[in-house]
Every structure is written in C-alpha cells, then in structure tokens.
Design a protein around this ligand. Structure first.
Ligand SMILES: [Zn+2]
Length: 262
C-alpha cells in the first residue's frame, strides 16, 4: 500500500503535477487525499478506496452498508478510518439527494439531510460518496466546518451555498473533493440545458456537465472567495475511487470528512 502511494507521488512529480493542490496521505493502511496546503484550523480527508478489508467489487475501503458488502468488513473499514482521524467519531446524515443542511453539535446520526455544519470540535462531519461531489467547508472568523454531499439534484438546489449560509461565517474556504467530472459525466440534453440556464453556458459542453463548476458558481454567489477544486475525477481514477457511473451499482462508497481543530 505504501509503495502504491509512493509511486503515485513519484508519478505526479514526473508528470509535472507537483503544482497540484492535493496530496495523498496515509494512516495505517488507509489512504486519503488531502488539500495541499491544508486549511487553517481544520482537517479534511477525502478517503480513497485503498486500505480496507472488503472483497471485490467493494475493495477495499467501502464504508456503506447500503451496498451488499460484508457488514463485518464495513465495520472494520470504519474503525480504520476512525483511527486515521485520530480516534474521532463522526456525525452523519441519511442522504436523500435534497438540499437539507443539519446543524450538529456531537457525533452520531443527525437525521435526513445532505449537508452538515458545526461549530463544535472533537468529532468529524462525514458524507458517503460514489461520484457525487463532496464539498468541505472551513470557516473563517467563527471557525466552524461543514461537509456537503452534492449530486446533480443537490447542486441545482444550491445545497453548497445553503450550507455556507447556515455556517453564518465570513471568509469560508471551500474544498471540492474527488467526484465525477465533465470528462466522464454525460447527462440528458434537458438536464444540461437546465444547468446552463441556472449556472451559465460554461458549465456544460454539449451534454457533458461539470458539477464542480456549477458548485463553484453557487459558492461564489454566496460570497465564498476561496474555492479550491482538487480536480480529481472518480470516473478517471478507478484505482483510487469508487464510481457508480463506471462500475455500476455494485460498487462501494468513499468517505469524505472534515473536522475542526481545537
Ligand atoms: Zn473523468
């Protein structure tokens, strides 16, 4: 596993990608993508599929019991992720592809929603992802954090902007994590048209839709000045991420997490 991470780092250096705004990190066997540089006052982990115990097609760091993976394997994967987050428990939501934002103050299930925000520390906010866009939010002056799950429904419903507004903070930084990108995301003409109308023609190219660009537009509308798009495509990188589009419904889910630092 470590060798794989090392060779990835080497490849990126050799391909001149050293200017990329992300880096691969590892904790135990678990491998994650982190923003580079890391945000002040918070930690962000976009966990890859590497370093867990699940068998194919859920290999190996699947965190969802909604797919037919072995529940014991999922429990072990979640424990490894908790260790990678220095023992932090997680606050999570039952994701319904809506625009609900839950404000939480402790770990545990926070009901049905697709985003979480908190001013608390000592636990992480997490969402499960397989192509949809994870957006980590790091507060400025007030210093809270947020995590958003944004598929096309959430994006057109402006969930990222709503999460920023719920944080009620200025100087929020946003980090757009690994997701299905325009290169791999063909949608219906009707849907492409709706996005072009709402977010501008530049978010579509023919029927290929860029969710990250639409989300960036939404974030800028609510006053976020720093939007860091990590640029990683789940469709192009099956070695690192699960992709519902590319691998079908029988695949795993990646975990995206953010935590405020004391
Ligand atoms: Zn792609």
């Amino acid at each position: 596993m470590k060798n794989r991470v090392e060779s990835e780092r080497r490849e990126r250096r050799e391909s001149g990608e050293s200017g990329a705004n992300w880096t691969l990190g590892s904790a135990g066997d678990v491998v994650y993508v982190a923003p580079e540089p890391e945000p002040p006052g918070a930690r962000v982990w976009f966990f890859t599929r590497l370093g867990g115990v699940s068998e194919p097609p859920f290999d190996s760091l699947n965190i969802s019991t909604k797919v037919p993976d072995d529940p014991d394997a999922v429990a072990e994967n979640r424990a490894r992720i908790r260790d990678a987050m220095d023992g932090r428990e997680s606050a999570w939501v039952r994701q319904i592809a809506g625009d609900g934002v839950a404000r939480v103050s402790e770990a545990g299930l926070a009901g049905e929603a697709d985003a979480l925000v908190t001013g608390g520390e000592g636990f992480s906010l997490v969402v499960a992802i397989a192509d949809c866009v994870p957006v980590a939010l790091v507060g400025g002056e007030a210093g809270g954090v947020g995590m958003v799950h944004s598929g096309w429904r959430g994006t057109i419903a402006e969930i990222s902007g709503k999460a920023v507004q719920k944080m009620g903070d200025t100087g929020v930084r946003a980090y757009i994590g690994p997701c299905i990108r325009q290169c791999c995301y063909e949608v219906s003409e009707e849907l492409a048209g709706r996005f072009a109308e709402r977010f501008g023609p530049e978010v579509v190219e023919g029927r290929y839709l860029s969710l990250p660009d639409a989300i960036r537009g939404n974030l800028e509308e609510v006053g976020v000045e720093e939007v860091h798009d990590l640029g990683l495509c789940t469709g192009c990188r099956p070695d690192l991420f699960f992709s519902h589009r590319k691998q079908g419904p029988r695949t795993g889910r990646n975990l995206a997490a953010v935590a405020r630092l004391p």
